[in-house]
Design a protein around this ligand. Structure first.
Ligand SMILES: [Zn+2]
Length: 432
């Protein structure tokens, strides 16, 4: 006889940018292979199968978070400031990434990084590793063990970076294909390879074009940075002076596809936005990082209006926390700043419900994973965390009958501190 898990609790899940479903009590029925078979208000009758019952009546069942942009080798350097993006990269980031040429260091980083993500309720990550093939292979091995859902890629650079981080164009392309063959699609797609050109300034056009061809051949994802800071754009346009704009470099190289995530996108002009729209590329909004490096504020409403799918990325180490609660808070606060600086417009700040959507279902859509994860619905993978909200409500006030207040309270009270357990594909992967 088959055994199914029944999880009782207060279920909260985004179903659209402006709507959440909040069921109290609710029962999640999870199959042996970790798929949500039902979400119901009454306890399901047993008979045809054995039940493993878990009672979290006073706790919240929250979909796993989806961090669509971060850097594995950088999480120990969060908070170290050295001026703008380009200064910070050369003084802090490149030397730190160089250390992962040692397999022992790469192992220590990978182990701790995935544990940190899980402890904060993140069940899906899209991460840049380093330029080292071996460190990336190690990252895949640790992601495999940890149970996390991950897109991982070695950072591709063949120019304008220290010698110890760049490599020959053809070697880089061969390394990528080797990693694709070994890891892409592992464990029914839980692990995927993502082609990761750091950004235009550190890549020759030959490399960018080669990446575009591999993406097409294998149908894999691409992640990169785009229009993050004014200095970066000036550098890119200096190197690629024959191109119309920054986006045009990626577009002509064949890098913009429905499986491409462009991070930051703060300074895109209308024609660049149109290019992203036409190609089906997606955007990672990284508000903490943008503030930390003083890069700017992404015009969220303008990009949202264009219809380009947007998710949230912590962009650790320029972002200073792997917590998606922290990133949601920054997304809301930075959009309030846009309104504050120009109150004459009808710009509406991001609401807590919208931020919650971006951190879950929005991120899944940006990664084209929304059939699989991002919300707690029938047919999707059981990727969720159990949050002890009673600790947030010491005087038992009635904050929690309204889901918008509940989400807001979690966002502004460092909700990651109350995460007790995390499940991916119905399996316990983290326990406090
Ligand atoms: Zn980044």
């Amino acid at each position: 006889m088959k055994t199914k898990k029944i999880i009782k609790g207060k279920l909260l899940t985004a179903i659209s940018p402006n709507r959440v479903l909040y069921l109290d009590p609710s029962y999640l029925v999870i199959s042996e292979d970790g798929v949500i078979e039902d979400v119901c208000k009454e306890i399901p009758k047993s008979g045809e199968y054995d039940q493993e019952f878990y009672d979290y009546s006073e706790k919240l069942i929250c979909p796993g978070f989806i961090d669509i942009h971060n850097h594995l080798p950088q999480f120990t350097l969060s908070g170290l400031y050295r001026g703008n993006l380009l200064e910070w990269l050369s003084e802090i980031v490149f030397p730190a990434e160089g250390r992962l040429s040692s397999p022992e260091v790469a192992e220590r980083f990978a182990e701790q990084f995935f544990l940190e993500l899980l402890s904060k309720g993140t069940t899906t990550t899209s991460s840049y590793v380093t330029s080292h093939k071996e460190a990336t292979d190690i990252a895949f091995r640790y992601a495999e063990r940890s149970g996390i859902r991950a897109f991982l890629g070695n950072v591709l650079m063949d120019q304008n970076a220290p010698d110890y981080l760049i490599n020959d164009t053809q070697v880089l392309l061969r390394d990528s294909e080797g990693l694709i063959e070994k890891w892409d699609g592992y464990d029914n797609g839980r692990l995927r390879y993502v082609l990761t050109p750091r950004f235009a300034p550190t890549c020759s056009f030959d490399l960018l074009q080669g990446i575009g061809k591999i993406a097409q051949k294998h149908g894999v994802h691409i992640q990169t940075h785009l229009a993050e800071s004014k200095e970066e754009i000036a550098t890119a346009m200096d190197i690629f002076s024959d191109f119309e704009n920054y986006t045009d470099v990626y577009s002509q190289a064949g890098l913009l596809t429905e499986r491409t995530i462009a991070a930051h996108c703060i300074y895109l002009n209308d024609s660049e936005i149109e290019t992203l729209q036409k190609t089906g590329a997606k955007i990672s909004h990284c508000p903490s990082s943008n503030r930390f490096l003083q890069s700017g504020i992404m015009p969220y409403r303008k990009l949202e209006k264009s219809g380009i799918p947007i998710g949230l990325g912590t962009d650790v180490g320029a972002g200073y926390s792997l917590s998606m609660f922290s990133e949601m808070r920054e997304a809301i606060e930075s959009s309030k700043t846009i309104h504050f600086l120009d109150p004459s417009t009808d710009y509406k700040p991001i609401t807590s419900i919208e931020a919650f959507y971006l951190a879950t279902l929005g991120g899944a859509k940006a990664l084209s994973l929304d059939d699989e994860t991002g919300s707690l619905e029938k047919g999707k993978s059981a990727d969720f965390s159990i949050i002890d909200i009673a600790q947030l409500n010491v005087f038992n006030e009635d904050f929690f009958s309204n889901p918008e207040d509940l989400i807001s309270k979690l966002i502004y009270s460092s909700g990651e501190n109350y995460i007790e357990k995390v499940f991916i594909k119905g399996k316990l992967v983290y326990k406090k």
